[in-house]
Ligand binder design. Structure first.
Ligand code: HAM
Length: 422
């Protein structure tokens, strides 16, 4: 019986896994210069947490969660995103009692959504997210957007678009929802099944409908900007003014509403020019969530990158230095089983000076071993034969120059350092 990976999931092998790590490393190190610190939260939480935070009216909670009852019959859900767990952790660990607000935390890890798989869309994927809790100010939102820009530039991206919008505060949204209900109510027969439900639960979601993106009623819908409270209007205007003054390029997208319920005011997404895989990252302000999950009334803002999409685009655009799937510095080749112990000891010496060393202990032919050394990109091969063993000697082969010499064991480290660039 052969098993396949579950739909929407995939194995990430050697080179690609290294690339994921590299990208996450760059993200972390740039974010550290902005004062963010890493946390890790559980991969599953009580279902109720996501229902309350991500929201009952969102597609994620309605259709996309991996939910099951554990053996004690509690409803558990694999996290469909990182914010809910991060904010739960902030509350559980009473991080709000810190005298140093705002608290800036970041995390990476796998998240799970039962979505229809397509290019760049998986059912298990990695997010790298940031949450900044305890401050409400356009300056803070703009600093986060500047960090996003700095991270993407450090990774080597050029020409990405930051789309930005406001969805207003609760009062703005209540006013707007009322108007949208009237507007879409007149077109109810032409709406998809989901949107008919959304008309009741959260009419803003209709603007994000993926079924009929050219629906006239959606295109002609009233705009949130005409229903903003004074406070929300000012907040957004100040944010844009700051972005302009700091020379951060953006594009206002009035259809940007985001698929999670916890947002208010400023929301944004990062897109590549041809928009092949959807957003590369997204976020916004969420001033009610901390209270919603049982903490004090603290405002917050955050965002998350989709790491899979970043890696995919970087691979396509040749932004990684080319390397082998498996790459070593030195390959140690014992010529028969009697030399294996000597080979092991030799490899240890080379590893202790920081080299990546592979060794063939199955005693294949010289030719097969040497072919492996070449495939693995070794710069040097150390050959241990019967005669050498008896004389405390080794054969050192410089693969690039295709030359070799017999050397004394104690010369190995010095000689190999002449060949291998550390
Ligand atoms: P989100 O927009 O749902 O936001 O996801 C963030 C990013 O995850 C997306 O921009 C995209 O790059 C990636 N992503 C989403 N779904 C998939 C998928 N099925 N396959 C591959 N990548 C995907 C959030 O999750 C919020 N928690 C972000 C946030 C943090 N807001 C405030 N703080």
């Amino acid at each position: 019986m052969e098993y396949n990976v579950a739909r929407g999931t995939r194995d990430i092998l050697f080179k690609e896994k290294r690339r994921f790590k590299l990208v996450e490393e760059v993200i972390r190190s740039v974010a550290e210069t902005y004062g963010f610190n890493m946390i890790e939260t559980p991969m599953f939480e009580h279902t109720e947490l996501f229902a309350r935070s991500v929201g009952e009216s969102s597609d994620i909670v309605n259709k996309e969660m991996y939910t099951f009852n554990d053996k004690a019959n509690r409803s558990i859900t694999l996290r469909p995103e990182g914010t809910a767990g991060a904010i739960r952790a902030f509350v559980t660990n009473k991080l709000y009692s810190s005298p140093d607000m705002p608290v800036k935390l970041m995390y990476d890890g796998s998240v799970f959504r039962y979505e229809r798989p397509q290019a760049g869309r998986f059912r298990q994927f990695r997010q790298f997210g940031f949450e900044e809790i305890g401050a409400r100010s356009p300056y803070v939102d703009v600093e986060l957007i500047m960090m996003v820009k700095a991270i993407l530039e450090t990774l080597g991206f050029e020409g990405l678009k930051i789309k930005i919008n406001t969805i207003g505060d609760t009062e703005s949204r209540n006013n707007y929802s009322k108007v949208l209900r009237e507007h879409f109510g007149a077109h109810i027969d032409t709406l998809c099944e989901d949107c008919r439900r959304r008309l009741e639960t959260n009419p803003l979601r209709i603007l994000d409908c993926k079924v009929d993106v050219n629906h006239e009623a959606i295109k002609n819908a009233p705009k949130i900007k005409d229903y903003l409270t004074e406070a929300s209007r000012e907040y957004f205007a100040k944010t844009l003014e700051l972005l302009d003054s700091l020379d951060v390029k953006y594009e206002i997208d009035e259809s940007l509403v985001r698929g999670l319920d916890y947002y208010n005011d400023v929301v944004f997404e990062i897109h590549q020019e041809d928009n092949k895989y959807g957003a590369l990252g997204a976020g916004g302000r969420y001033d009610s969530l901390v209270k919603e999950v049982g903490g004090p009334d603290l405002p917050a803002v955050g965002m998350a990158f989709g790491v899979d999409r970043l890696v995919m685009i970087m691979e396509e655009e040749g932004m990684f230095e080319d390397e082998n799937d498996v790459s070593v510095d030195v390959f140690v080749m014992p010529m028969n089983e009697n030399m294996n112990a000597k080979a092991l000891a030799t490899a240890e010496v080379l590893r202790s000076i920081g080299l990546i060393v592979d060794i063939d202990l199955s005693n294949r032919s010289f030719k097969s071993q040497f072919k492996s050394a070449l495939r693995k990109g070794a710069q040097a091969a150390v050959i241990i034969g019967e005669e050498e063993l008896n004389n405390n000697a080794l054969v050192l082969k410089n693969i690039e120059t295709a030359t070799q010499e017999t050397i004394k064991e104690e010369e190995l480290v010095a000689k190999i350092q002449e060949i291998v660039s550390l």
